[in-house]
Ligand binder design. Sequence first.
Ligand code: NAG
Ligand code: NAG
Ligand code: NAG
Ligand code: NAG
Ligand code: NAG
Ligand code: NAG
Ligand code: NAG
Ligand code: NAG
Ligand code: NAG
Ligand code: NAG
Ligand code: NAG
Ligand code: NAG
Length: 712
Amino acid sequence: MMRLLGALTLVLSIAEGKISVERRRQIVRESSVRRNASSDTTPLQVGNGNFAFGADITGLQTFKPYATLSTWGWHNFSLPTTPGQTSPEDYTGLDWWTHDRLVNYEQPNPDQPEISNWLRENPHRINLGRIGFDFGPDTQVTEDDLQNKTQELDMWAGILTSSFRYNGTSIQVSTSADPHSDSIGVTINSTLLQTGLGIFFDFPYPTKDKFNAPFVGVYNRTSLHKTTLQQFSPRSAQITHTLDDTTYYATVSWEGLDALITRPSPSSHRYILAPSSPSSSSTLNLSVTFSPNPLTSLPPSTDLIISSSTTFWSTLFSTSAFIDLRSVPSPSARTLQFRLVTSLYLTTVNSASNLPPQESGLVNNGWHGKFHLEMVLWHLLPFARWNLFPLFSRSLPSTYSFLLNSSISRAEHQGYSGARWGKMTDPTGRSAPGEINALLIWQQPVPFYLAETEYRSSSAGDKTAVLLKWDRILHESAEFMASYAYLNSSTGYYDLGPPLHSVSENTPPNSTSNPIFELAFWKFGLTTAINWKLRLNSTAGAPESWIRVRDNLHPLPVQNGTYVTYPSIPDMWVAPETTFDHPGMAGIFGLLPPTPDVDVDVARATADKIRSTWRLEESYGWDFAMLAMNELRLGRADGAMSYLLHEKYEFDDAGYPVGGERVPTPYFPNAAGFLVAMGMMAGGWEGDEGPKGKWPKDWEGLVEVEGFVPAL
Ligand SMILES: *[C@@H]1O[C@H](CO)[C@@H](O)[C@H](O)[C@H]1NC(C)=O
Ligand SMILES: *[C@@H]1O[C@H](CO)[C@@H](O)[C@H](O)[C@H]1NC(C)=O
Ligand SMILES: *[C@@H]1O[C@H](CO)[C@@H](O)[C@H](O)[C@H]1NC(C)=O
Ligand SMILES: *[C@@H]1O[C@H](CO)[C@@H](O)[C@H](O)[C@H]1NC(C)=O
Ligand SMILES: *[C@@H]1O[C@H](CO)[C@@H](O)[C@H](O)[C@H]1NC(C)=O
Ligand SMILES: *[C@@H]1O[C@H](CO)[C@@H](O)[C@H](O)[C@H]1NC(C)=O
Ligand SMILES: *[C@@H]1O[C@H](CO)[C@@H](O)[C@H](O)[C@H]1NC(C)=O
Ligand SMILES: *[C@@H]1O[C@H](CO)[C@@H](O)[C@H](O)[C@H]1NC(C)=O
Ligand SMILES: *[C@@H]1O[C@H](CO)[C@@H](O)[C@H](O)[C@H]1NC(C)=O
Ligand SMILES: *[C@@H]1O[C@H](CO)[C@@H](O)[C@H](O)[C@H]1NC(C)=O
Ligand SMILES: *[C@@H]1O[C@H](CO)[C@@H](O)[C@H](O)[C@H]1NC(C)=O
Ligand SMILES: *[C@@H]1O[C@H](CO)[C@@H](O)[C@H](O)[C@H]1NC(C)=O
């Protein structure tokens, strides 16, 4: 599997801009997260986008087994043994009628329940291990037994500092992650190290839960997996963990004292690092690297990890776009400033990965840790808007190149041309069986949005390279889009579906066609595809089918002067089952660059109707971001702000985006959406004639912004 070092390429020397580095540092430091107890729902994390370590109040995972997750750590349970269902090749999916022919979809097959479930649950991401304080044999210390607990996450350096007392003696801990390897560095200062304070390592086994939240894996199925220890020296050791076909390594090294790692019970996977002889040292510096292959050298020292982490995070916050809200007297400005800093930190730690991230990032294992290709848009757009293209490019366009063959096969198998992108995906390139997974289509034009974003912001000298690297991906995407659209001979329009699931996932798939968001996205995608060929000076130009479908798509559905979810939807604004979930009608003007056929008066009437009827209490946070962007394009900054500050658009004390009624916490698209919407508020959008900043009246002139890439 792809394994690239996750370094943020530091090409820019840090030039003093409008908002000085010193001012940025102060603002980031003012946003430091402070806790005095572990949270029951979220850790505090250090990480690098491909690896993250979730800590409790001790700076480790002593009392709360928060996860250590990565981009590369995955596992399969054994295959079912029921005859006819023993391998992925046995799985047949389901045939559904699609415009007078049967099309095979990757849906759970009721005649093949075991292999259908297996394919959904495997491979899943694994928790690489737990690291905590060991207070000595036969001591049952709980969090309540510690006094004077304080903790602070300094995002400017990526360092979590924790301090507490046990039995009257102070313990001080600093925890940080290496930006260049999947390592943590921990410094522990305490005289208790002289009398037996140690560190434990433990290794869980995965479960089949769809949402492994808030913790990932269990520690009591020890007979199902194996660990072995090799101590290299009085200062280093390697623990090898084997779970069925997956093997990986935790390499530990330490400074400050000689110590021994032992395994107190062979029936447990818990190891303890404790001073090997009475020690006079009160410092233990510990580094742990997790890796899919044995290391050829020891982990980086704690000192090196601390300095690399400090360089990485201070450079990120010094060179990214920035918003300074300190001169705005409103208390909401404090809230937003905190959310801006924490969202940028958390989005980088959890989503700046080499494969697209899961919505729960590297905190827990939502959807078995698989990633969703429609959500790639939300996850990655912040890095573009906030001018952090090296992070944007970690998974782009490589993810699409990697999935191209399996997506071409999917389209071919279904009788279409081009590449049909899957939905709930993993490093095997498969799309997990599921009705929504198989019938959702809005992931299909996402690469156009991403490619166009990169093209518009690349320098003149880089444009040809950008055009070339996305060309095949966009070509195959457009081929599918043109062949999927169905010419309705009675209307002369090209229809999308049925069957399909729209962005709102709550309409009957066999009778839903021409959903508004998908129509607009198809039009944007095909237009971009056609332009791409022009920009490439392609002599063949864009295939005629792309132009024909683009120009004859079913019109955007309007009823009584408002946009609706799809043309034949009954009682759209009065039926409770159609006034909730993602409001795609707002997406065509908010999230998507509006195509010329969007009528602003209708868009305005629709926005008003959404505000008065929508069941926002059931919305996901990115809906609020999308609604806010819709308000911005309508010229209503106050309306935008009211969505961004909506009570259901929640973030916890550490800035983690709350999942809400329907998904576990954290749900990172909400934080990403917040950054994208605030980026649009601060940086405007292309083609907009008005002032770039769109702030509420009494904020105007008080906000300082720098470095935003305008929205499309
Ligand atoms: C712990 O933090 C909470 C919230 O910040 C605060 O209200 C409380 O006083 C703190 N408790 C202690 C013992 O510091
Ligand atoms: C899981 O099984 C699939 C075969 O169906 C294989 O392609 C993949 O590499 C396996 N992944 C792991 C982590 O074992
Ligand atoms: C949609 O139609 C297919 C037959 O083409 C049928 O098997 C399936 O149950 C229908 N789905 C729903 C949700 O009605
Ligand atoms: C530590 O906590 C104890 C009570 O738990 C309190 O009396 C003491 O003042 C605290 N010390 C510091 C330095 O905060
Ligand atoms: C607490 O510290 C005292 C001495 O300061 C020691 O006698 C006692 O054993 C310690 N208790 C525990 C539980 O470590
Ligand atoms: C531990 O002590 C060392 C040496 O005095 C110091 O540099 C470091 O900052 C301390 N770490 C913590 C977490 O207190
Ligand atoms: C194993 O651990 C899990 C989670 O910690 C717990 O829910 C479950 O009840 C435990 N099972 C047994 C058999 O103890
Ligand atoms: C441990 O790390 C701290 C903080 O980086 C450093 O000041 C100290 O010199 C290190 N101690 C040892 C023994 O390596
Ligand atoms: C995709 O298919 C082509 C042609 O069949 C093959 O040459 C290429 O290696 C495949 N790429 C991947 C990533 O599997
Ligand atoms: C053609 O469009 C009409 C009007 O939208 C619709 O009622 C009809 O079902 C469509 N025909 C087909 C074959 O999908
Ligand atoms: C396309 O042609 C124009 C005009 O000749 C030229 O400036 C541009 O570089 C060409 N683009 C590519 C990708 O070759
Ligand atoms: C349009 O207006 C008619 C008549 O007032 C009403 O019956 C219908 O429900 C309305 N449709 C929508 C989508 O609001």
